[in-house]
Design a protein around this ligand. Structure first.
Ligand SMILES: [Zn+2]
Length: 295
């Protein structure tokens, strides 16, 4: 019979990988990878909260969808609030439902946090902050990151490194309406980079070699990695300074990596060839518009 993990089992795993009381902990979680839990996602969340204790704080990405500008009439009415569900998965949404949660005041990159520093971190991440500035705050405070599940991309610092080095994507032209602190409805435009994360795993050998990884192990059934955010950030900065395209993935048909960055190759013919091959030549008008950047 398949093992069902209890809260105590998970607490043991968290301790073994290095999670301690008082940690400021960023989480990236694939629930599917963890395996069966006695009380589902709540077992994992409670185990993590118990492990960091009342002096600790946990944070997860809990971003929400945004829309093409100009906003359609329907989209203008979608105003985010602290409890707006995230597309980030079951763990982030369980945190959003927790009675002690705080949510970033950023209209789109709405991190969710629980614990001692949750309110302060979330209140400092405002509509005028950069999308990943909350993670930058965490890096400065010697936070740790736990990525649970081998298929989960990233250790929470790569987007910050990319932002700080000034790499830019072409205008994304997307946003969302939000209600400001004074009650007015305002438009928030996407002004951060985001993009494809499929190249981020390329950093792992360097994290291992240069001390970014505190420990690797299992949380339940999930292969997991526990990292120092300050260390992985420095490793990424040093690598990307010399090799700005290092974070691009290897897929010659990836639109984001091949075409959208200012330092992307942006070879329409080469990209178009691979892109068509991937689609076995099937193409419709929206593909053609995308390929040539027509809105
Ligand atoms: Zn890519």
């Amino acid at each position: 019979m398949e093992k069902v993990f209890s809260k105590e089992d998970i607490i043991k795993d968290l301790k073994a990988i290095g999670v301690k009381e008082g940690d400021l902990l960023h989480l990236k979680v694939s629930m599917k990878s963890v395996g069966p839990l006695e009380n589902g996602v709540i077992t994992l969340l409670d185990a993590i909260l118990d492990s960091v204790g009342p002096e600790g704080t946990i944070v997860a990405d809990a971003f929400i969808p945004f829309f093409q500008l100009p906003l359609s009439e329907e989209d203008t009415k979608k105003i985010p609030h602290d409890k707006t569900p995230s597309y980030a998965g079951a763990f982030a949404n369980a945190m959003i439902k927790h009675p002690m949660m705080h949510r970033s005041k950023h209209p789109i990159q709405k991190f969710v946090a629980i614990g001692k520093q949750a309110e302060e971190l979330c209140n400092n991440h405002t509509p005028t902050s950069g999308g990943y500035d909350l993670l930058d705050d965490m890096i400065k405070q010697k936070a740790v990151n736990l990525t649970i599940g081998a298929g989960v991309v990233g250790v929470g610092t790569t987007h910050v490194a990319i932002d700080h080095l000034g790499f830019k994507r072409r205008e994304v032209n997307k946003g969302i309406n939000y209600q400001s602190a004074s009650g007015e409805i305002k438009l928030a435009e996407v002004n951060w980079n985001g993009g494809c994360g499929r190249g981020f795993p390329k950093f792992y050998p360097e994290y291992r070699e240069k001390g970014g990884i505190i420990k690797e192990g299992k949380i339940g059934m999930a292969q997991s990695v526990f990292t120092s955010m300050a260390e992985t950030y420095i490793i990424e900065i040093n690598r990307l300074k010399n090799d700005p395209s290092f974070f691009f993935c290897d897929n010659p048909a990836c639109y984001s990596c091949r075409m959208t960055w200012e330092h992307s190759e942006r070879n329409y013919i080469k990209f178009g060839y691979h892109w068509l091959r991937e689609r076995k030549g099937k193409m419709n008008l929206s593909h053609i518009k995308l390929l040539f950047g027509i809105k």
